[in-house]
Write a protein that binds this ligand. Sequence first.
Ligand SMILES: C[S@@+](CC[C@H](N)C(=O)[O-])C[C@H]1O[C@@H](n2cnc3c(N)ncnc32)[C@H](O)[C@@H]1O
Length: 294
Amino acid sequence: MDVGEAGAGDAGSGDAEWGEEPEVTSVWLRRGVDVTVAHPARRYDYWLGGKDNFPADRESGDAVAAAFPTIRTAVVENRRFLGRAVRFLAEDAGIDQFLDIGTGIPAADNTHEVAQRIVPSSRVVYVDNDPIVLAHARALLTSHHADGATAYIDADLRDPAKILADPALPGTLDLSRPVALMLLAVLHFVFDEHRPYDLVGRLVDSLAPGSYLVMSHTTNDLMSAETRAKVEAVTASQGGYQPRTRAEFARFFEGFDLVEPGLVPITDWRADGEPPPRPTAADVGMYGAVARLR
Ligand SMILES: C[S@@+](CC[C@H](N)C(=O)[O-])C[C@H]1O[C@@H](n2cnc3c(N)ncnc32)[C@H](O)[C@@H]1O
């Protein structure tokens, strides 16, 4: 499937509960997208209140919410962390180029929208492996400013060579200048058997000194023992993600200097300007950090 087929994604932007319509489901099935199995991008869209999800995604989303009732707060908070990190990079760090891997179905304040509000000439390359995100790529490919640019690469984070070989990358970003590599709420979908530290290392090796790494990642560290037991049970039954400890998360940042306040729950990352009431670290269960490549 290529971006030329993006029109199919428009079916998800209407008012109908289209995910429940058998004919819409069969359109996706014919395109090789098995919407009968929950997928991270669509489940995340469900928690964010979007419409681009199917019964299987909602069922899985509800199962996670039964174990971790603040999951919706957590995903909203992750989007806020994304916004604060991009604002810091554009306003204070002089960054105008972003490589955003694990983009997600477009939501409010996508990376290029936040960045181009501050630096209109900002350039963003998005990467995701979900065909439904690809179908929605048109929304991501609409640069809000004529001076800026966006591109989309249909690829898997577990195949960095494919991402690095795609002409859209050098066609959009000047890799001789600093870039912010954005890996938000995606590395927990990459299990240790896929060597996540090596994958991130391959991408980082292609970046100029002064580039930044922005990451958020689920953890069970911040939860009560009771919630943790429930979440671990649901993780086992739903499969598909690997929470990491603080030390495991910190390993991704070797060779980088952490920006203040360092590696913290995302609720605590430069959140002074957020309106109260604020969620707790336990409500969200995610670490985040922004760091500069030496
Ligand atoms: C939880 S969403 C996060 C979206 C966005 N980064 C954010 O923080 O709001 C995770 C996204 O990562 C994508 N994803 C999961 N595994 C991936 C992989 N191996 N390669 C590329 N994308 C992946 C999913 O399709 C989904 O769109």
